[in-house]
Write a protein that binds this ligand. Structure first.
Ligand code: PFF
Length: 457
C-alpha cells in the first residue's frame, strides 16, 4: 500500500543542471525573441524602447521569475497547487487559476504564429520565397495569413506536434528536444547578423536599435515594454512555477534566473540585429507590425549566397524555439489537470489541445473570416495578445511578488533561496526582497494604470 502510494505521487523532474537551464531557457526563448521583440521595438521607436525594456527585465521580470522558481521548487506543485500548499485558506490560488487561463489565451494566438513559421519552412524549401524584394515576400505572407484552410492546417499541425511531445513527459520530451537545438539557433542567428550588418546602408538600422530618442517614450510605450518583458521571460502566469517544481533542491536559483534572463535578452538583441539593418538597407519601414519577420527575413536571405538553404534552416530552428516555448505553456494546464483532478496525462493533453485549437482558430481567422469581428477595438488575435501580455501577466506578476514579499515571509524565502543555508547569498536575498516587496508591485501598478490611460501622472 505504501509502495503504491509512493509510485502514485512520485513526480518527474529535470535530470541535470544543464537540462534545467535548457528547459527554462527553452521556455523563455521563442517567438517572443524572433517575431515579437523586433516588431514591438519597431513599432515603438527603437533604441529608447529597448532601454526601457532592459530596465523592465532587470527590475521586474527577473525578480518575478525568481519568485516563481522559489514557489515552484518549494511546493513541488503546479501553479494552482503551489499557492494552495502555501496558503490553503486564502484566495491566493486564484493567481494560479488566472495563470492557467493566461496559458490558454497565449496559446490561442501563439499557435497561429507558430503555424505560419511551420508553413514558411516548406515555402522556403519549395522556392516560394525567392525574391529579395520585400513587396514580393509580403505578397506570399499576405496570401498565407488571409487564407482559411491553409493557416488552420498549420496551426492544428503545431498542436499535434506539441501534444505528442508533452505526452512523452517532462524528462524525455521537453528536456531532450530543447537541449539539442537551442545552441544551433544561436549560431544561425549569428550568421544572419553578419549578413544583415554587411548589407550596404545597414548603419541606419543599427542607429535605430542603439541610439535612443527619449521623446518617443510614453506610458503606453512603457506598458508595451513591461508586457514584453513578462511575455519574454514566461512569467506572471505560473509557467515558471510549474518548471520550478521540476528543479532539484541543490540548484542555485538566483544564478539560474540571471543566466536565463541574460541569454534570453541576448537572443532578442541578435534577432533585432538580424532584422533592422536589413529593414533600412532594403528601404523598408520599421513599424510594420506582426509581419516584419515574415517579410524582411526572407528578403535578407535572398540577398546572400546559399540563402535558400539558410532560410529553411532558420525557419526550422525558429519552429523549434517556438515549440520549446509552447511546451512550457501547455505544461501549465497539464500539470494542473493531472495533479488537481488526477486526470491522466493523455486525457489532459488531448482535451487541452482541443480547447486551444478551437479558441486558437478564431485568432487564426482574424485575417479572414473574423476580420470584421472587433472586440474592445481589436481582432481576436490582437485581443488575446494584448490582454495577456499587457494585462494578465503583469497583474499576475504583482500578486506573485506580493505573495513572496509579504505573505511567505523573509525567513522562509531566505531558506529556499539559500538552499537551506548552503548558499551564502544574504545580500542578494535582501535586495531581492526589497524588489518584490516594493519596487515590483508599485512599478507594475503605475505602468498598468498609466499605460491603460486610467490615471494621468
Ligand atoms: N517566452 C515565450 C517567448 O518569448 O516566445 C512565450 C511564453 C512561453 C510566454 C511560456 C509565457 C509562457 F508561459
Amino acid at each position: 500500500m505504501v509502495l503504491k502510494k509512493e509510485i502514485h505521487t512520485k513526480r518527474e523532474g529535470f535530470s541535470s543542471s544543464i537540462g534545467v537551464i535548457a528547459a527554462v531557457l527553452g521556455s523563455a526563448v521563442g517567438l517572443g525573441n524572433i517575431w515579437k521583440f523586433p516588431y514591438v521595438t519597431g513599432a515603438n521607436g527603437g533604441a529608447a524602447f529597448i532601454l526601457v525594456y532592459l530596465l523592465c527585465v532587470a527590475l521586474v521580470g527577473l525578480p518575478v521569475m525568481l519568485s516563481e522558481h522559489l514557489i515552484g521548487r518549494h511546493t513541488k506543485a503546479n501553479a494552482v497547487g503551489a499557492f494552495k500548499a502555501l496558503q490553503p485558506r486564502r484566495p491566493w490560488l486564484l493567481v494560479g487559476g488566472a495563470g492557467v487561463l493566461s496559458a490558454f489565451l497565449i496559446m490561442a494566438f501563439y499557435t497561429t504564429v507558430a503555424g505560419w513559421i511551420y508553413a514558411y519552412i516548406f515555402k522556403a524549401a519549395g522556392g516560394a520565397l525567392i525574391s529579395a524584394k520585400p513587396e514580393d515576400t509580403f505578397g506570399v505572407f499576405n496570401s498565407l495569413i488571409s487564407g482559411v484552410g491553409e493557416p488552420l492546417f498549420w496551426q492544428w499541425l503545431v498542436l499535434l506536434v506539441i501534444g505528442t511531445i508533452i505526452m512523452a513527459g517532462v524528462t524525455k520530451g521537453i528536456e531532450r528536444v530543447t537541449k539539442l537545438l537551442m545552441p544551433l539557433l544561436f549560431i544561425l542567428l549569428l550568421v544572419i547578423d553578419i549578413r544583415s550588418l554587411t548589407l550596404p546602408g545597414a548603419g541606419e538600422g543599427l542607429a535605430f536599435l542603439f541610439k535612443p530618442d527619449f521623446s518617443k517614450i510614453t506610458f503606453s510605450v512603457v506598458l508595451a515594454a513591461l508586457g514584453l518583458a513578462f511575455f519574454k521571460l514566461s512569467v506572471g502566469m505560473g509557467a515558471m512555477i510549474t518548471y520550478g517544481s521540476y528543479v532539484d533542491k541543490n540548484e542555485n536559483l538566483p544564478k539560474m534566473a540571471i543566466k536565463v534572463a541574460l541569454a534570453d535578452t541576448l537572443v532578442s538583441l541578435m534577432a533585432g540585429i538580424a532584422i533592422f539593418p536589413a529593414v533600412f538597407a532594403l528601404g523598408f519601414e520599421p513599424n510594420q507590425g506582426a509581419k516584419l519577420l515574415f517579410v524582411i527575413i526572407p528578403a535578407v536571405f535572398n540577398s546572400m549566397p546559399f540563402g535558400r538553404v539558410f532560410m529553411v534552416l532558420f525557419f526550422m530552428l525558429t519552429a523549434v524555439a517556438a515549440t520549446g516555448a509552447m511546451l512550457s505553456l501547455l505544461e501549465v494546464p497539464i500539470a494542473y489537470l493531472t495533479e488537481q483532478y488526477r486526470w491522466t496525462r493523455r486525457k489532459a493533453t488531448l482535451l487541452t489541445i482541443l480547447a486551444i485549437g478551437l479558441l486558437g482558430s478564431t485568432a487564426t481567422l482574424s485575417n479572414s473570416v473574423f476580420a470584421n469581428v472587433i472586440v474592445f477595438g481589436k481582432t481576436f488575435f490582437d485581443l488575446f495578445d494584448f490582454t495577456t501580455s499587457n494585462i494578465l501577466l503583469p497583474v499576475g506578476g504583482i500578486f506573485v511578488a506580493l505573495f513572496v514579499g509579504w505573505q511567505w515571509g523573509y525567513a522562509k524565502v531566505k531558506r529556499e533561496m539559500s538552499n537551506e543555508g548552503r548558499l551564502k547569498n544574504d545580500g542578494l536575498v535582501r535586495i531581492y526582497m526589497f524588489l518584490v516587496k516594493f519596487i515590483v508591485p508599485i512599478a507594475i501598478v503605475i505602468v498598468l494604470l498609466a499605460g491603460l490611460n486610467l490615471i494621468n501622472p
